[in-house]
Design a protein around this ligand. Structure first.
Ligand code: IMP
Ligand code: MG
Length: 176
């Protein structure tokens, strides 16, 4: 049992299983992107541990960068607007892989994809360690998915509860 802030979490996916899955995903990418020098874009903060482990298993030429997304309610509409911050690289004609820790409702990623497509990458695909299929609000293509999990709150391996718990090596689920 792990205590994070005021709540208890129990292991859902042990560290060893995560590491095996990371190697599996990297092997797929090593094959699919050989000779393409892909640019991996990590979505901060949650993806930094996953991306770091994944990147170490990449055997092909590839580059890495990070971006942040900030969400706000648009003044003109009720829809959520997601703004991309910190992406300095020119991604036109690049093979781009967005790397996420988790896709929950999919709203963030849908917005991010729409904005990145406008920058005319040669290809744009998504790698996510976790996905909660039951929480997804819009159909969204996820190209490389580590684990599909139930619609429960998880922490660890980069994912946080109020900023805490990112350093847990297992992925843990709320126990109480
Ligand atoms: P979405 O737009 O609903 O897909 O939200 C995605 C973001 O919400 C992720 O990148 C995470 O930062 C956060 N998130 C979603 N589910 C969880 C969870 O179970 N634990 C921690 N963060 C989560
Ligand atoms: Mg995230």
């Amino acid at each position: 049992m792990h205590k994070v802030k005021d709540k208890h979490f129990k292991t859902l996916i042990p560290a060893a299983d995560i590491q095996r899955k990371v190697v599996e995903i990297a092997e797929l990418l090593n094959t699919d992107y050989a000779g393409k020098n892909p640019l991996l874009i990590g979505v901060l903060n949650g993806s930094f541990i996953f991306l770091s482990d994944l990147f170490k298993c990449m055997k092909i030429d590839c580059e890495v960068t990070f971006m942040r997304v900030s969400s706000y309610e648009s003044l003109r509409s009720t829809g959520k607007v997601t703004q991309i911050i910190g992406l300095k690289e020119d991604i036109s004609d690049r093979h781009v892989l967005i790397v996420e820790d988790i896709v929950d409702t999919g709203q963030t990623l849908t917005n991010v994809k729409e904005q990145l497509v406008k920058l005319k990458p040669a290809s744009l695909k998504v790698v996510t360690l976790l996905n909660k299929p039951d929480a997804m609000l819009t159909p969204l293509q996820l190209d490389y998915v580590g684990f599909k999990i139930k619609n429960d709150f998880v922490v660890g391996y980069g994912l946080d509860y109020d900023g805490l718990g990112r350093n847990l090596t297992d992925i843990c689920v709320l126990a109480d």
